[in-house]
Ligand binder design. Structure first.
Ligand code: ZN
Length: 397
């Protein structure tokens, strides 16, 4: 197979050089569109916008190879990155090779996977010209706004009729990056923690700051709520790391010398598939009720502009799914390893939404480290091997 390391270096470098923090993905979208189109694969732009985000209009880029087969495989990489963090010691958009890695913003998360997807399109179309068709129809989804709030690109894709054809989703995120380093390439990750977010509101009583007894301080009360939240017991599950909770932000008070009347708190729970979002809300409410506070408290989901709860449901697909077994065999053909027994992803992403739509979803991606931080790097040999694994899976497996 002709996945030379030079070609992978070249494409990955080009991708890193194009800044694409979420909501600023226009330039990379153009690059990916042109690249895919040049390979000869049917290439579409899919508008990504929602009424409540009036100043955002992005585009997913979709390549579709309809080989007239029964099953359709979707391969996904997101095009956006986070914004550069302050600990970058070099220009995050000037990629360079260090040992067997490439360093640059998004190298592992996930322009490495994106480069693989583009080279795969090139390879599949070259094979097609020689009369070799893949064993599946192939959808290549380059999505926007994965790092931004709400996985807008993935969710818009899932509303499209093309998504109904998808039998299996393969996300090229760095497994190592999603598992605190535990799942090295070629781990096939078939399960993930989910994330539920709750907005807690305390409404106290405003009064002159000089006379606190006359009021009920909402911020003081929220302090007690935060302590109590640590006692909420979360369901554990085999193969999953310990579920955790984390306060994300707190808001309350005003500039006047008044006892604060209102305080809001956003709290995140990273949960196993044993957890249910309604049940957990109930549990949080009961924990707060047990404090016997004299003020009004409310527990709601964190909602998007349309009023829908923002949820990243956890999942656990069977490793014995025939397509996962075929993929695992391709891993062995190329790398000598089956990629089995991978721990669950501790992070959430587009993959939670694909799975939630009923699509069996796995993650297979290159080793990488310092994701979302200065010095982010991806393993270059893994990118070569990953391209070869996917080609083997689609054409032979
Ligand atoms: Zn990512």
């Amino acid at each position: 197979m002709d996945f030379t390391s030079e070609r992978i270096h070249e494409v990955l470098k080009e991708l890193i050089k194009i800044p694409s923090p979420y909501f600023q993905e226009q330039a990379i979208t153009e690059y990916v569109y042109q690249f895919m189109k040049n390979t000869g694969i049917s290439t579409f732009r899919q508008k990504v916008a929602e009424a409540q985000l009036q100043d955002y209009e992005g585009e997913n880029i979709i390549g579709f190879l309809d080989a007239g087969k029964e099953k359709t495989i979707m391969i996904n990489a997101h095009m956006d990155t986070v914004y550069p963090s302050s600990d970058w010691k070099t220009d995050p958009y000037k990629p360079y090779v260090s040992g067997d890695e490439m360093v640059g913003l998004g190298a592992a998360d996930m322009k490495g996977g994106l480069a693989v997807m583009l080279l795969l399109a090139e390879y599949l179309m070259n094979q097609l010209k020689e009369g070799i068709t893949p064993n599946y129809n192939v959808i290549l989804l380059a999505s926007v706004d994965e790092e931004g709030p709400d996985s807008l690109g993935a969710r818009i894709f899932l509303k499209d009729k093309l998504a109904k054809r998808v039998d299996y989703a393969l996300v090229l995120e760095s497994g190592q990056g999603l598992t605190r380093g535990e799942a090295a390439f070629p781990s096939v990750i078939h399960r993930s923690l989910g994330c539920y977010l709750y907005l807690i509101t305390v409404t106290g009583q405003s009064a002159h700051a000089a006379d606190p007894e006359a009021g009920a301080n909402a911020i003081d009360t929220m302090g007690k709520v935060i302590e109590a939240l640590k006692k909420v017991e979360l369901e554990k599950s085999e193969g999953f790391s310990r579920p955790v909770s984390n306060v994300l932000w707190i808001k309350g008070g005003e500039k006047a010398l008044s006892t604060p009347e209102k305080c809001e708190l956003l709290v995140d729970f990273h949960v196993t598939p044993e957890e249910n979002h309604e049940k957990l809300r109930q549990q949080i409410s009961e924990t707060i009720k047990a404090l016997k506070l004299s003020v009004r408290t409310e527990v709601d989901f964190w909602r998007n502009g349309k009023g829908e709860p923002i949820l990243y449901p956890p999942y656990d697909w069977d490793f014995n799914h025939p397509l996962t077994e075929a993929l695992s065999k391709s891993c062995r053909n190329i790398t000598g390893q089956l990629g089995e027994n991978a721990p669950a992803s501790i992070c959430v992403g587009d993959f939670n939404h694909f799975s939630d739509a009923g699509i069996p979803t796995v993650i297979l991606g290159p080793d990488g480290h310092h994701l979302h931080a200065g010095g982010e790097a991806v393993n270059l040999k893994d990118l070569e091997d990953l391209t070869a694994v996917l080609a083997d899976f689609l054409l032979i497996g």
